[in-house]
Design a protein around this ligand. Sequence first.
Ligand code: PHE
Length: 454
Amino acid sequence: MSQNRDQWGSKIGFILAAVGSAVGLGNIWRYPYLLYSSGGGAFLVPYFFALFTAGIPLMILEYSFGHKFKGSTPLALARANKKWEWLGWWPSFNSIVILTYYSMILGWAVNYLFLAFTQAWGSDPNGFFFGEFLSLSSGPFELGGIKWPIFFGITLIWFINWFICYRGVSGGIEKLNKVLLPTLVGIMILIVIRGITLPGAVVGLNKLFTPDWSKVMDPKVWIAAYGQIFFSLSLAMGVMITYSSYLPEKTDIVNSAFMTAFANSGFEFLAAIGVFGILGFMATSQGVPVEEVVTASIGLAFVAFPKVFGLMGPLGVVFGVLFFACLVFAGLTSSVSMVEAFASAVMDKTGADRKKIVTYTAIGGYAVGVLFATGAGLYFLDIIDHFINAYGTVVIGLSEAVIVGWLYGAHKIREHVNPISIYPVGSWWDVMVKFITPAVLVYMLISNLVTEFK
Ligand code: PHE
């Protein structure tokens, strides 16, 4: 199997794909709100702390594990020690579970991309989204009442997921990212420029960045910072191990890990600036304080922003289209990585043909995604998202750090990456992986459990 394992065509192809996986909905609609609600400028302290103590060390860990053992997550772990294979299946399943709702949202974004051309949400985007749009399919059981438009988006998303992974690593995933990622960055820059030059933008940006140091004393804010770093960098999902298993022998792992992490953070900042510039404009033009217009996730993308585009005059159509294109492109490059993480694990295990496995995965994912594409999806979304992020990722990250740091041997990872990396990793890395990351994750786990049962 490993002899004819797919490979990236170039290092930049790999970096683009890894950044493509990292940059997603999490950067555009989760991060800006998190930054705002967790202490503004002061949040950067826990954020960078989490990035340097867990994000980058685990990224190096995942890259080197995939690169060294040349396998998707279960296979890579099994090659290190047969007993660890099970740990690899967990993130692989997690990524496909996340994808069911991730693809649902992406499907909605595709629909909105088309609606944006005519601003079909009208003057009441809230009523439109929760009423007309979601009730286009009022539930999987009312088949007669379902009209096709809501399924259009998710169908397109799964078709692209299938098509790209079917074509393989360099012929599909790499090509997709080479086109979409630069386009995405270009669009985001345009949105930011427009965002910060709108009247009232400054009000939004002030709200976003004014530091509230008292928040930094709250352990919840630290947990949120770690949560964001994990989700945003696609860590503990099997993606980065899988992607790095397609790397050629001589690849600078350390440098690649830093580049991915910084590119992802850079994009998050851009998004936060763009979003808050626009929200500042919205608040000013409605004569209300920024607090009243700030929302995250679904409310931001499908309600607040459509409203703002309505206020922007003729250019509103252009920026509406650009914004939804941005969501779709960012999300697609992430969703493809989740399909690949899962499909690759099954391919490695069964030795079956890529085309076959990818097709089955896409059919299964599509079937579940369609069930979610209804209003009912909103309820599942919160539940799944909560459990995966509060427990799944934390436990997997913890097991990774403990197994690789303590049982496999952190120093062996450094011995593997240092000869091929320009900047060798020092012993600080062992300290992070063996002590700091596990300590923080155990703390997160306990405090999540405590809040759950309170
Ligand atoms: N990192 C992606 C985002 O920020 C989400 C993601 C999670 C992608 C896990 C792949 C795996 O939206």
